[in-house]
Ligand binder design. Structure first.
Ligand SMILES: Cc1cc2nc3c(=O)[nH]c(=O)nc-3n(C[C@H](O)[C@H](O)[C@H](O)COP(=O)(O)OP(=O)(O)OC[C@H]3O[C@@H](n4cnc5c(N)ncnc54)[C@H](O)[C@@H]3O)c2cc1C
Length: 325
C-alpha cells in the first residue's frame, strides 16, 4: 500500500507537549487510507509526542527542529510538508486536522502542487476513485467530494473520528530533517501569540459534553444548574448569542455561526430555540438533547432526544438523579 503523510499539531500543557486531539483523530483517519503512516512535527519532538505517535501506529516521525518553523507559518509549514511527501515516495494522501492552521497549510500545499483538496472531511466513501464526505455550511450539511488528478489532500473535521489506538503500535522512529525553507516562505509568520483573558475557547471546542443554555436561562443568575451539570459531567458550558449579547455570559462561551463551532459527543441544549445560526455551530454533535418548554421549538424537533419542560426544574432533577461524583 502507499504511504500517508500527516501534519501533526502539538498541544502544550505546562512543560509537557502531546499530539493534539484533532491530530490524533487525523492519524486514526489516515490509517484507513494507506500504510505506512508518516507524521511531520514542526519544532522539537518531545517524548510525549513520540509516545502518542507510536500509539497511533506512526511508522516514522519527520522532525523539523528548525527554530524558525516552531512558530506557525502557513507557507513555510507547507514547504516542510511537501518535502516529507517527496521523501515518502508513493503517497496515497496527505492529511491534517481540520483546524485553522491545518486547513491553511494544506491549502498552501494543494495550491503550490496543483493537488485536489477537501477540508473538514468526516468520512471516506471510497479510495478508487478517492471520494469523501465533508461538512459544509458550518456543519449543517454534508457534501460528497471527488478528488481526482493527483495525491488527495484532506483535513479531518474535529471530532468526526474517534482517536482509536492502532491495533499494532508504530515504530515512531524520529527522523530529523531540514526543510528547504526560503525567506519568501516566511513572509507571513506568527511572531507573538497571547490568549485573551477569559478568551480561551479550547475547553469548549475540545469538550466531549457541552451543556448549552439560551434565553430560557432567564437571566445572569439562571446558570447555576447549567454550570453544575457541566461540571458533574466533566464537560463545558456553551451559550446562544442572546445570552452573550445581553451580557449574561462572556462571548467566548458562544456557540454558533459567530461563535465557536463544536462537535461534542453530547450537546444538551437548554432553553435554546435552535435558530439556524446556533444550529450551524453545533449540528455536528453526535447526540443532541433538547430541554425546552416549547415542544415545537426547532431544537426540540431536530434533537435526537427532547425533554419538554422548564430547564430550572429538569436540570436540578437530573443532578439529583446523578448524585455527587
Ligand atoms: C448574523 C447573525 C449571526 C448570529 N450568530 C449566532 C451565533 O453564533 N449563535 C447563536 O446562538 N445565535 C446567533 N445569532 C442569533 C440567532 O438568530 C438567535 O437570535 C439566537 O440563537 C436565539 O437564542 P436563544 O435560542 O437563546 O433565544 P430564543 O430564540 O429567544 O429562544 C429561547 C428558547 O428558550 C425556551 N425557553 C424559555 N424559557 C424556558 C425554560 N424555563 N426552560 C426551557 N426552555 C425555555 C423557549 O421556548 C425558546 O425556545 C445570530 C444572528 C445573526 C443575524
Amino acid at each position: 500500500m502507499s504511504a500517508v503523510v500527516v501534519l501533526i499539531e502539538i498541544e502544550h500543557d505546562g512543560d509537557a507537549s502531546r499530539v493534539s486531539l484533532v491530530s490524533r483523530e487525523a492519524l486514526t483517519f489516515a490509517r484507513g487510507l494507506g500504510d505506512p503512516v508518516y507524521a511531520l512535527v514542526l519544532g522539537p519532538t518531545s517524548p510525549g509526542v513520540v509516545e502518542d505517535c507510536r500509539e497511533q501506529g506512526v511508522a516514522a516521525i519527520f522532525e523539523c527542529p528548525d527554530e524558525e518553523l516552531s512558530a506557525y507559518s502557513g507557507a513555510a509549514w507547507a514547504v516542510a510538508l511537501g518535502a516529507v511527501v517527496d521523501a515518502a515516495g508513493d503517497v496515497a494522501a496527505v492529511v491534517a486536522g481540520g483546524t485553522a492552521h491545518g486547513n491553511e497549510v494544506l491549502a498552501h500545499l494543494a495550491a503550490r502542487r496543483d493537488l485536489p483538496m477537501a477540508a473538514n472531511v468526516v468520512g471516506l466513501v471510497g479510495s478508487e476513485p478517492f471520494e469523501v464526505e465533508r461538512q459544509v455550511v458550518g456543519g449543517s450539511a454534508i457534501e460528497r467530494t471527488l478528488l481526482a488528478g493527483g495525491t488527495p489532500v484532506v483535513s479531518v473535521a474535529g471530532h468526526a473520528v474517534d482517536p482509536e489506538p492502532a491495533p499494532t503500535p508504530g515504530g515512531a522512529a524520529v527522523l530529523p530533517f531540514s526543510a528547504p525553507i526560503e525567506e519568501k516562505d516566511l513572509r507571513a509568520r506568527v511572531v507573538r501569540s497571547q490568549t485573551r483573558d477569559g478568551g480561551d475557547t479550547s475547553g469548549l471546542t475540545s469538550a466531549r459534553i457541552i451543556v448549552g443554555a439560551g434565553r430560557g436561562a432567564g437571566g445572569p443568575d439562571g446558570f447555576e444548574s447549567v454550570d453544575a451539570l457541566a461540571a458533574r459531567l466533566g464537560g463545558a458550558v456553551g451559550v446562544s448569542r442572546v445570552v452573550t449579547s445581553l451580557g449574561w455570559r462572556p462571548h467566548h462561551e458562544q456557540v454558533g455561526q459567530t461563535g465557536s463551532r463544536v462537535s461534542p459527543d453530547v450537546y444538551i441544549a437548554c432553553g435554546i430555540s435552535g435558530s439556524i445560526q446556533h444550529w450551524a455551530g453545533m449540528s455536528s454533535s453526535k447526540t443532541i438533547i433538547a430541554v425546552n418548554t416549547d415542544a415545537e421549538a426547532p431544537m426540540v424537533t431536530k434533537a435526537n432526544y427532547a425533554v419538554v419542560g422548564d430547564m430550572h426544574e429538569v436540570l436540578p432533577a437530573v443532578l439529583e438523579q446523578l448524585g455527587p461524583r
